[in-house]
Write a protein that binds this ligand. Sequence first.
Ligand code: B12
Length: 279
Amino acid sequence: MTKKRQKTNVLVKYKANGIEVTFHVIADAMMGEDEYCMEYIGAFREGIFRNCGLSKKNIAHKIESKKERIMSKIAGVKILVETGKSKKVGAAVQEALDAGVAAQEILNGMIDSMGVVGEKFSAGEIFVPEMLIAAKSMAKGVAVLKPLMAGDNSTSLGTCIIGTVAGDLHDIGKNLVSMMIESAGFTMVDLGVDVPDERFVEAIKENDNVTLVACSGLLTTTMPSLKSAVETIKASGLTGFKVIVGGAPVTSEFAAEIGADGYAEDAGSAAVKAKELVR
Ligand code: B12
């Protein structure tokens, strides 16, 4: 085993296969480079303390300050989304990424912010224009994250037609779902918002190899639109695809009741379900 100290990094090498790399990561983690260091340290604590010549207190401090930095970057993005500072969100998201915050964590923070915005709207503290600028701000943040979140979509699972149903203008969730389904290997055709039932059917006819149709609905008042969209698609006689539905008021029971083939609660599980449905 060799041990070497660099400016800020401690490099600890073990000769045994596989362990060498792991310990290098841990050493970086302890110097504040890896936010997931707690897991590694839990596993290798004793050996690392000894080998790096750092005290437990010193390591704990470094971990704490890294966590604090991450939390403050996410909090910064959240405030900008909640207060609708659309011009500043992109830069703040980039800053958080540069500081080592994971894209998924930033996204989760922004989703939480939209929840806060919804609560404030319910409480009568803000109104539609504020909701709209918060949504616009989140979209700016998502645009920065998109290239990082879209995975390898080289395997084509066919074309997915996606849209928000008639009467509904909410598209943030639909866009996230689209992004994740795309990264699962589908070619996306996005019909936008307020999509009439028949438009879904036209799009299935217009596009090659449609294997999935995804309908989003965010309002309790547009749940009947989801129902009629699914019914219209199914009644068209077109085949070769599955229909997945989702949106805040939708449940798996409702999805089954209206004849959809699948339902998912969020964008991540939508991608998993999408793959499952077409295989
Ligand atoms: C932003 C927003 C708006 C913006 C939308 C802008 C935009 N470009 O999207 C604007 C200002 C336009 C708006 C308008 C209205 N809104 Co609004 N809005 C919101 C808000 C604050 C955030 C929605 C959001 O983006 N959430 C974040 C995303 C990431 O979550 P999500 O959409 O749920 O999506 C996730 C899942 O549901 C799922 N999913 C979504 N779609 C799909 C599809 C598939 C296939 C699958 C599998 C999964 C899936 O995955 C997504 C990602 O994880 C919500 C509050 C809230 N807590 O949601 C209210 C909210 C939805 N709105 C509400 C209301 C009442 C309205 C208005 C009627 C207000 C009015 N008086 O005019 C209008 C309706 C306009 C219309 N006809 O659509 C209510 C709905 C209440 C209800 N039970 O129906 C809410 C809940 C606010 C509240 N607390 O009262 N709104």
